[in-house]
Design a protein. Structure first.
Ligand SMILES: Cc1cc2nc3c(=O)[nH]c(=O)nc-3n(C[C@H](O)[C@H](O)[C@H](O)COP(=O)(O)O)c2cc1C
Length: 177
């Protein structure tokens, strides 16, 4: 049966390399309907308990929460800003966690990160690997993808080792769905 998969780049950059990588990984699935999310499409204020008290949840938060509720799995690639989540991702994550603590609903997740640097966002990936399981993530595979601009060209992974590694993870993810 065709599965519904959400892809997310954990970034608000218009040309997010993480969005590109998450969508690329999604396209490798054999039988899936992809919902390619752009965090910019979900308006929400900067999280504060006071805004939450006074205004409740924005339409953007509610619709993102509903998408999470209805998907069969997640492919996420996290941008790394100063060794941690981007502000846009953390903000959405904080809002969502107030509606449902198990943000990831125990659904299969392929967790990626990339950056132009040699570590490929390893620090933010480690943070997420440590935290997401407590928030309902069923992480079936993870990978940091280094030197994005060297290893990904014209819509394709040009580093054979990295391509093979991602293929294995995508296959494992698809089997877990
Ligand atoms: C404020 C800021 C902090 C950054 N910190 C890191 C970092 O800690 N590690 C890293 O590998 N890249 C860092 N970068 C570079 C990002 O990896 C790069 O901008 C990347 O394109 C972000 O992913 P995105 O294109 O999906 O937004 C930083 C960029 C910005 C703007």
């Amino acid at each position: 049966m065709t599965k519904n998969i959400v892809t997310i780049g954990g970034s608000s950059s218009k040309n997010s390399i993480n969005k590109i990588l998450a969508e690329y990984a999604g396209e490798l699935l054999k039988n899936a309907k992809l919902t390619k999310l752009d965090l910019n499409d979900f308006e929400m204020p900067l999280f504060s308990v006071d805004v939450e008290d006074e205004k409740g949840y924005s339409k953007g938060v509610l619709s993102l929460n509903e998408i999470f509720e209805n998907t069969d799995g997640f492919i996420i690639s996290l941008a790394e800003h100063n060794g941690a989540y981007s502000t846009a991702f953390k903000n959405a994550f904080d809002w969502l966690s107030r509606i449902e603590g198990k943000v990831w609903r125990n659904k299969p997740m392929l967790l990626l990160s990339t950056s132009p640097g040699i570590r490929g966002g390893k620090s933010v990936l480690e943070i997420a690997l440590g935290k997401f399981p407590y928030m309902g993530a069923n992480i079936v595979g993870s990978m940091s993808f280094p030197l994005f601009n060297e290893n990904f060209k014209e819509g394709e992974i040009v580093n054979i080792e990295l391509k093979e590694k991602l293929d294995v993870l995508v296959d494992k993810f698809e089997k877990a769905l």
